[in-house]
Design a protein around this ligand. Structure first.
Ligand code: C6P
Length: 416
């Protein structure tokens, strides 16, 4: 499916903000400055109203009746799969399975493909910058199937260490499962290079695109991956909906992960056969409204254009890093150059990030502090926690200025 991107004549973050009702509220008496977009994004009115309209006008179960409401809901839900397919350049919408989130999609791969295709001694290559969601399911397979899990390192600047990747990629490597964009470092990993090397080894390639799909114009065919996962809530969609892209032949060859209603073709007392794609992997009543909401979020993003969003975030990132690097009391983990999205992680030396985030909250600013579900990466960086500011299409330079003022205020309070 071809990706259709209709660019607006000019990108205007101030106009875009007015589409997001949450920005009219105050936090602690101050206008909300939301810099926690890597955790979840805010939702445009179009998505919020679309959900309300669906429940008010169309609500019904799908694939279960001949009545009008069921037919309408089925068409809307299937259309949402088509929108996701178009958005990531999949050939066929049946290659899109709706799940709850990126985490569930990765579990689906581990259970449906991994349990049946991996054996003792087979190696799975991931990186030290993975989110726990792309580590723990593989650890389950270490226990269940005796596979060996290996970690690609990062270099001293915080980029993926490609020498380490090449060293660890061997005849035994059956899977390379890699984060596209780090939720802590913000770096965009060179997937094309990784995919070429992975193909040469005959392994399969899985991409955790939870932090790239919302921010970068990507195409699964160009990336040449076998599976790709993402969450709807990080890309302006509702919570509780995510997706798995898988090559059709692979999805057809795999066993389902969940069993029950809607994923079957026939059931007798003795055995069952499976429904066609993608329903084979969508057991039970799915998150119909969530899927439709995700489709509306994609309409919104496509109308603005991912290239413009990427460019805007890149400006905000450079502006932020240029200011942060002047502050000698900071330790910055995001590389100062290279391809990155709008994510900056850092610490105020000697101060717990929760303390700094608390001061910022007093100023109406939402940043995330913690280990960001990346404890192996934290360990590699010799830290336990970090502060993270993450941007999206509605953030402005004025907000970054307020963030810098608040950060300096926090430093003054806690410096020893
Ligand atoms: N990262 C963050 O604040 P779920 O929770 O399934 O929607 O997404 C999991 C996930 C997988 N991969 C990456 C790269 C991620 O960043 C995330 C979620 C959030 O960084 C919550 S920990």
């Amino acid at each position: 499916m071809e990706k259709v991107i209709n660019k607006l004549p000019s990108f205007n973050a101030y106009e875009i903000r007015s589409d997001f009702p949450i920005f009219s509220r105050k936090v602690n008496g101050k206008p909300l400055i939301y810099l926690d977009n890597a955790a979840t994004s805010q939702k445009p009115r179009r998505v919020i109203d679309g959900l309300k309209s669906y429940y008010e006008n169309n609500n019904s179960n799908i694939h279960r009746g001949v009545h009008t409401l069921s037919y309408e809901s089925t068409v809307m839900y299937e259309d949402a799969h088509k929108k996701v397919a178009g958005f990531i350049g999949a050939s066929d919408w049946k290659e899109i399975v709706f799940t709850r989130n990126a985490t569930e999609s990765l579990n689906l791969i581990a259970y449906s493909w991994g349990l049946h295709n991996l054996d003792k001694g087979d190696e799975v290559l991931i990186s030290i910058m993975e989110h726990h969601s792309n580590i723990v399911p593989w650890q389950m397979l270490c226990q269940a199937r005796g596979i060996v899990l290996k970690f690609i390192d990062v270099d001293e600047k915080g980029n993926l260490d490609l020498e380490s990747f090449e060293r660890l990629l061997t005849d035994k490597t059956r899977v390379v499962s890699i984060i596209h964009v780090s939720n802590v470092l913000g770096v965009v990993n060179p997937i094309n290079y990784i995919s070429k090397k992975t193909r040469e080894q005959g392994a399969i390639l899985i991409i955790d695109a939870a932090q790239s799909v919302p921010h970068i114009n990507l195409n699964v065919k160009e990336l040449d991956c076998d599976f790709l996962v993402a969450s709807g809530h990080k890309m302006l969609g509702p919570t509780g909906i995510g997706f798995l892209y898988g090559k059709k032949a692979l999805l057809e060859s795999m066993e389902p992960f969940l069993f029950g209603g809607d994923m079957i073709s026939t059931v007798t007392k003795e055995k069952s056969t499976w429904n066609e794609l993608p329903w084979k992997y969508e057991a039970g009543t799915p998150n119909i409204a969530g899927g439709i909401g995700l489709g509306l979020a994609i309409d919104y993003l496509e109308n603005i254009g991912l290239e413009q969003i990427e460019e805007h975030e890149s400006e905000l990132l450079d502006y932020t890093l240029n200011n942060l690097k002047q502050l000698p009391w900071l330790e910055i983990y995001t590389p100062l150059e290279g391809q990155r999205v709008g994510v900056v992680s850092f610490n105020v030396k000697g101060v717990h990030p929760h303390d700094v985030a608390g001061v910022m909250d007093e100023d109406g600013i939402a940043v995330r502090s913690g280990h960001h579900c990346t404890q192996p990466l934290m360990n590699r960086l010799n830290i336990e926690y970090a502060l993270r500011a993450s941007f999206y299409l509605y953030n402005t330079k004025e907000e970054i200025d307020q963030f810098l003022i608040s950060l300096k205020r926090a430093y003054k309070i806690f410096k020893r």
